[in-house]
Write a protein that binds this ligand. Structure first.
Ligand SMILES: N[C@@H](CCC(=O)N[C@@H](CS)C(=O)NCC(=O)O)C(=O)O
Length: 202
């Protein structure tokens, strides 16, 4: 049975799932959930995802939400090509890096995003923007070191790279990247952009 994805554009959380679907060559039908119209809060959507968010993926009548959990499901159900390391520690390490990136960067990222998308250029708080950019870049230093000299976070390309990628174009757009202090993350981002599956969401 085909996969159905409830999604919108732009949506970094939906992009994360779309990259995995593309890597696996899995066809999917899309159902638009227009965030601008708050369709994600409609009762019929809340029945699928009580958080009132997208993405939601349905396969064979089974409903899944939370992008990283959906991606693990897809990788386990469709293991070719594999997108998780076999070693349990490495899997856990990948989840830790994603948790760090999404949760620990959350506050300064949303402060910066708020300034950039909700205000006209002449209304923006330039001091707050500079502080947020600095805070995010400082927190990214841990990931710069975690990447080290590897091509990808867990050596081989994996769900960890895919989970992080969708926010990188925005970090670039909002002036956090490129940064002389984060050369490895900059090179990783360029490497990620070469992948056809990633190009489907750029
Ligand atoms: N942790 C969730 C986050 C999902 C999320 O925040 N999705 C956004 C779109 S990118 C959304 O639905 N926002 C609307 C809202 O929060 O009302 C996931 O990874 O799927």
């Amino acid at each position: 049975m085909p996969i159905t994805l409830y999604h919108d554009v732009p949506s970094t959380n939906c992009d994360r799932v779309k990259i995995v679907l593309a890597e696996k060559g899995l066809p999917w039908d899309g159902i638009w959930v227009k965030l601008a119209k708050m369709e994600q809060k409609r009762p019929e959507h809340l029945q699928l995802n009580p958080y009132g968010k997208i993405p939601v993926l349905i396969e064979d009548g089974k409903v899944l939400f939370e992008s990283c959990i959906i991606n693990e499901y897809l990788d386990e159900k469709y293991p070719d090509p594999p997108l998780q390391p076999k070693d349990p520690y490495m899997r856990a390490r990948g989840r830790i890096l994603v948790d760090y990136f999404l949760n620990y960067l959350h506050e300064p990222y949303w402060t910066l995003r708020g300034e950039m998308i909700k205000k006209n250029p002449d209304e923006r708080d330039t001091k707050l923007i500079a502080e947020s950019q600095k805070e995010i870049a400082g927190r990214l230093q841990y990931l710069e070191e975690a990447l080290g000299d590897n091509l990808f976070f867990l050596d081989d390309y994996s769900l960890t790279d895919i989970a992080m990628l969708p926010r990188f174009p925005r970090l670039q757009q909002y002036g956090v990247l490129p940064s002389a202090a984060l050369p490895r993350l900059g090179a990783w981002f360029e490497r990620m952009k070469q992948r056809p599956a990633v190009q489907t969401v750029l």
